[in-house]
Design a protein around this ligand. Structure first.
Ligand code: 7TS
Length: 415
């Protein structure tokens, strides 16, 4: 994406935004917190924290069940959150929005409820080599259960999907393609529009793992034309324990239920039952109601800034960080895609990423070190782990300067 447009970073009042995140004032080992682990989870602004408190102070009751004022308030708030999600990703209807525990559960729901019905022995499920375990293991379980075969779109040295190989891997037996929109290791934004078009030419549905994209990019499911989209509230300023599965209506109508229990039924006899309307058919049991209130507040917060502005600001930060990090001696960055988000995986030669993360923590800087729930990527790169810095709308250029200076200090300290 080019920065020709509307917003220059100067117009993006990051200091004003930071005031909404009280945790950013924490001192870590006596140093100001520099939080660069946003791909794992993000911090929460006051409106989200207030929404949780407000829910318990004024609205707490179970949803969809009782006829009393609190139950009506809880139900209304929960369903309004669903509408807000639909608007945020430009879905046609809130019927297409199922609340789950997060991305992981959303993908498991599809693998289980759609997969068991439509995938047969010998059918093929297409993934990529750069998936998070969440978009790998549920398909492995399904494939083992029904005797299906997994196929993988490879990535290149630059951490870019080899779309030409994708075309040759497609076959008459490919039943679904499931891939991440943005990689949590390389930061690569995958060419999903092209992949979806090629898949749809052959009548194959596509599931997008949007855990890393929906928090950072404007999303329009109608424009993308994806069939399923999974994402998590906690990576986009909202509470943990709630996330979303978006799906096209006809897919949801034709899928079996995921879990059985209260709320997902219409009529229950001792021997059998009929199902509730979508999306309720997929929401068995009492949901995470307060999290829906908090998630709604997070979506409003992001909307009030504007996702385009968020994307542009993060791109400026990322370009700045990449340029500065490349000047650190012995530092290798994994992934060099032209289209990328604010996730940078790297190593410093001779320095274990865990030692580096511990050193940075002593300086107040929170980064991630490990395999990032993507062991197959590490295996292909022939490394055990990487360090990873990931940004969000409250990070600053000064924090990146401090981070890069601290990387240099770590080299001096350890090497
Ligand atoms: N898919 C991707 C691409 C992810 O990055 C993650 C979480 C998930 C799925 C799972 O999301 P959850 O909310 O259901 O857990 N990624 C990371 C990470 O990179 N570091 O910690 C969690």
């Amino acid at each position: 994406m080019q920065l020709e447009s509307v917003v220059r970073p100067a117009e993006f009042d990051v200091l004003r935004i930071r005031e909404d995140f009280p945790i950013l004032n924490e001192k870590i080992h006596g140093k100001p917190l520099v939080y660069l682990d946003n791909a794992a989870t993000t911090q929460k602004p006051l409106p989200v924290i207030d929404a949780l408190r407000d829910y318990y102070l004024h609205h707490n009751a179970n949803v969809h069940r009782a006829i009393h004022v609190l139950a009506e308030r809880a139900t209304e708030g929960y369903e309004k959150a669903r509408q807000a999600v639909a608007e945020f990703i430009k879905a046609r209807s809130e019927r297409q929005i199922i609340f789950t525990r997060g991305t992981t559960e959303a993908i498991n729901l599809v693998a289980s409820a759609w997969g068991r019905k439509f995938v047969r022995a010998g059918d093929e499920i297409m993934l990529t080599e750069m998936e998070h375990h969440s978009n790998l293991v549920p398909w492995q379980i399904l494939a083992q259960e029904v005797g299906a075969v997994l196929r993988f779109i490879p990535f290149t040295e630059e951490g870019i999907l080899d779309v030409r190989r994708f075309e040759t891997l497609l076959s008459g037996r490919t039943r679904i393609i499931a891939l991440s929109h943005m990689s949590n290791v390389f930061g690569t934004i995958n060419p999903i529009k092209r992949i979806i078009r090629m898949a749809h030419d052959r009548g194959i549905p596509v599931l997008l793992d949007g855990a890393q994209s929906v928090p950072h990019l404007p999303i329009d499911v109608d424009f993308l034309d994806c069939d399923f989209l999974a994402f998590s509230s906690h990576k986009m300023l909202g509470p943990t324990g709630i996330g979303v599965l978006y799906a096209k209506d006809h897919l949801l109508e034709n899928m079996n239920p995921y879990q059985g229990g209260g709320e997902m039924i219409s009529t229950v006899w001792l021997e059998n039952s009929t199902w509730n309307e979508i999306p309720h058919k997929f929401e068995a049991g009492t949901p995470n109601i307060e999290a829906a209130f908090g998630f709604h507040a997070a979506l409003d917060y992001l909307q009030s800034i504007g996702m385009k502005r968020v994307t542009l600001y993060e791109q400026e930060l990322t370009t700045y960080a990449l340029n500065r990090m490349k000047q650190v001696e012995g530092l290798n960055i994994y992934g060099d895609a032209p289209e990328r988000g604010g996730v940078i995986s790297f190593n410093i030669e001779g320095l274990h990423p865990h030692d580096l993360a511990q050193f940075l923590d002593q300086h107040g800087i929170a980064i991630r070190a490990g395999h990032h729930c993507a062991q197959p990527i590490m295996r292909k790169l022939n490394i055990a782990a990487t360090a990873r810095a990931s940004f969000y709308l409250y990070n600053t250029f000064e924090e990146i300067d401090y981070f890069v200076d601290s990387l240099r200090k770590a080299r001096v300290f350890f090497l």
